[in-house]
Design a protein. Structure first.
Ligand code: COA
Length: 394
């Protein structure tokens, strides 16, 4: 095992969309047994962004409490991970940098590799901080999962952003080495530039995910990683929460760990509670899983936890982190629960009209109706530019 320097997640905060669609609405619309969703894929509800919300407003909303607590000094890098980019050239991170009032002496960029990019951002951030421990890096994962209405993916949509402050001597989670890596060129999920919804071959993506766990775990063990039974809990990328169950069963069987239903439940259950009611948030999903685990377990101080990141296409990474003593004092459990509880319920017809909405592309001036309640909104479009606004602070 390598000797780890203490670099990792100092603060973690997430935000989600304005509306919530209960899966009973989807079940009723398609006359499907609700247990297909509650038991079959492990989802109860999904967040739906308002028309004046997007990945930028969610990202800024997620990061705002971190800036309020720790200020902007020494944040010299902003890494925004998304597969729902709003521009092919400009980083969405620059809008967020501006909305948050971050220092102009900064490098700001966007990273993409399906649901994996936030993990790359986290590791790049850790490397930057290792090189100069006086610097802090803001990492934000932000995505809106969209599939065609009527497709199998429809019930696995959702939206959220997770913001993390990466520093030396972190208060919440130290990132440990080694990482186990795996990459394979596979078409399990992708979104061509001309589409606003992803194309997914669901069964292929589940198989590719499981194959990637084997590859990443093999690399992790070959590089001197911990034995599997040392981990106190496991966080998986969750396109739907049942996937964490499938993933852990597969890894446990592959690595020779206990794989009875109770063992799997104990290993993953608390990491699935937020995702179960928010839905897929692509690259933010693993970090909502981490927030859920930390917010719902109080016995993790000093213990190693496992993280598995998967991004279709595909790239995967298995890595560990050690939960820091006193971590609970730095969590944002109340804010996270409020972000979920404060959503406005929407019915199937209301969700469908938002799903079918597309922003004008004529370059004219278009104001958007005020709909969401968050601290930031997409106010309109003008000359092909997105206009963002901060609401006055509540
Ligand atoms: N009660 C309990 N379970 C039920 C059920 C019922 N009434 N009806 C179905 N199920 C179970 C099925 O047995 C199946 O379980 P299994 O996966 O353990 O076999 C599960 O529910 C899903 O049913 P299925 O018929 O396979 O659903 P589907 O054709 O709608 O596809 C997905 C499900 C997950 C493949 C689809 O939603 C999808 O493609 N999602 C996107 C996947 C994704 O995001 N991948 C990205 C990268 S990881």
């Amino acid at each position: 095992m390598h000797k780890d320097s203490a670099v990792g997640i100092h603060d973690l905060s997430f935000a989600t969309g304005h509306y919530v669609l209960d899966h009973r609405e989807i079940a009723n619309h398609y006359s499907v047994d609700i247990n297909k969703f509650h038991l079959g894929i492990g989802q109860e509800a999904m967040s739906v962004p308002a028309a004046d919300e997007d990945i930028v407003t969610m990202a800024a909303t997620a990061a705002r409490p971190i800036i309020d607590r720790y200020g902007t000094a020494d944040i010299r890098t902003v890494l925004l991970a998304t597969e729902t980019g709003v521009d092919q050239a400009k980083s969405a991170g620059l809008y967020v940098h501006s909305l948050l009032g971050l220092p102009s002496a900064a490098r700001v960029l966007e990273l993409k590799q399906a649901c994996y990019a936030a993990t790359a951002a986290l590791q790049f951030a850790a490397a930057l901080v290792s090189r100069d421990p006086s610097e802090r890096v803001l990492v934000i994962a932000t995505d809106i999962a969209r599939y065609d209405a009527g497709s199998p993916g429809e019930s696995t949509q959702g939206a959220a952003a997770a913001a993390m402050l990466v520093t030396a001597e972190p208060a919440i989670l130290r990132l440990d080495r080694p990482s186990g890596l795996f990459a394979a060129d596979i078409m399990d999920f992708w979104r061509p530039n001309y589409r606003s919804t992803a194309v997914v071959d669901g069964k292929t993506s589940i198989a590719a995910y499981l194959q990637a766990i084997e590859g990443a775990w093999k690399d992790y063990t070959e590089r001197g990683g911990r034995p599997i039974d040392e981990f106190a809990a496991f966080c998986y990328h969750q396109p739907f929460t049942k996937m964490a169950h499938k993933a852990h069963r597969h890894l446990a069987e592959f690595s020779g760990a206990a794989a009875e239903p109770d063992d799997i439940h104990d290993a993953i259950h608390t990491s699935t509670l937020y995702n179960r009611v928010i839905g897929n948030s692509y690259t933010a999903s693993l970090y909502l899983g981490l927030a859920s685990l930390l917010d719902h377990r109080d016995d993790l101080a000093g213990k190693p936890i496992a993280m598995f990141s998967y991004g279709s296409g595909s790239v995967a990474e298995f890595f560990g982190g050690t939960v820091m003593p006193g971590y609970r004092e730095h969590l944002r459990t109340a804010g996270h629960r409020a972000a979920i509880a404060d959503r406005t319920p929407i019915d199937y017809a209301g969700y469908r009209s938002l799903h079918e909405l597309s922003l004008p592309v004529d370059g004219g001036d278009h104001a958007l109706v005020e709909e969401g309640r968050g601290p930031y909104r997409l106010a309109g479009l003008s000359g092909h530019k997105r206009i963002y606004q901060a609401r006055s602070r509540r």
